[in-house]
Design a protein around this ligand. Structure first.
Ligand code: FNU
Length: 248
């Protein structure tokens, strides 16, 4: 008898608030409280090693059940294709709607990850250039090639640094309007709210500035106001699929 395998349907990223919250706390109860409180002000919640190593992969499903927005996992997959395949599958089976993966490992791994993600209708964000200063050393010189590869292999989008908004602009030129750009580095890493979006990013990823705040929900709300007024100063906030890279 053949068994029907139930493939979970991934939630899709939709740009409403243009903020992805990096919920890098290490306690599930705390994560659930924050996730519930900040949900109205974010388009997605991104989970990573701090929470999953402390609470196990079931934390992905627990957070997903508590909110309606898509859950991204930021495991930054960077292994040989065979192992990356298994990491992707395990992550998506645990309930992730999208994943980050590294591009520097090359197209065979990236292709394999995208193939697995497509089976789940899940999103893939290929890291082209990271946001910390050290990324200028090895990643920046190859970042544009990585972005090009991600585009050609059909990734959902790329990760580019909000700490260097001019680089975001360059990456938008490379990947065109069909792919998304998520930009971490806002707040704690020094990037200003709105800079990356004005340079063509679709989303800004914000972690510590929200979850370490005294009142994460109030802070996320204020960030949303700040973002809207910054974007409105330039042009009406475009709640469309893709940001325009020629906005400034
Ligand atoms: P916050 N992150 C990042 N830079 O910061 N995935 C990258 O280039 C990248 C990331 C993640 O600084 C980081 O792991 F590819 O507290 C963290 O989860 O606002 C979040 O983005 C930034 O968190």
């Amino acid at each position: 008898m053949t068994q029907t395998v139930r493939v979970p349907k991934a939630r899709q990223l939709v740009p409403r608030t243009r903020v992805i919250h990096a919920l890098d706390v290490e306690d599930l109860d705390k994560a659930l409280t924050i996730a519930n409180a900040i949900e109205p002000y974010v388009d997605s919640i991104k989970l990573s090693y701090p929470l999953i190593l402390a609470e196990g992969p079931q934390a992905i499903g627990a957070i997903k059940e508590a909110v309606k927005v898509p859950i991204l996992t930021c495991f930054k997959v960077a292994d040989i294709p065979e192992i990356s395949h298994r990491i992707m599958k395990a992550t998506l089976d645990a309930g992730a709607d999208g994943v980050t993966l590294h591009g520097f490992v090359g197209r065979d791994t990236v292709r394999e990850c995208i193939k697995v993600a497509n089976e789940y209708n899940a999103q893939t964000l290929v890291i082209a250039e990271m946001s910390h200063p050290g990324a200028e050393e090895f990643m920046q010189p190859v970042g544009e090639k990585i972005a090009e590869m991600a585009k050609n292999l059909g990734a959902t989008g790329i990760v580019a640094p909000a700490t260097r908004p001019q680089r975001v602009k360059r990456y938008r030129e490379i990947i065109g309007r069909e792919r998304i750009i998520a930009a971490p580095g806002v707040g704690s890493q020094g990037g200003h709210v709105g800079d990356a979006i004005l340079m063509g990013a679709d989303y800004e990823i914000i972690g510590r500035s929200i979850y370490q705040a005294k009142d994460p929900a109030e802070t996320a709300k204020q960030i949303q106001h700040q973002l809207r007024s910054r974007l409105e100063g330039k042009r009406p906030i475009p709640l469309i699929q893709y940001a325009r890279h020629d906005a400034v």
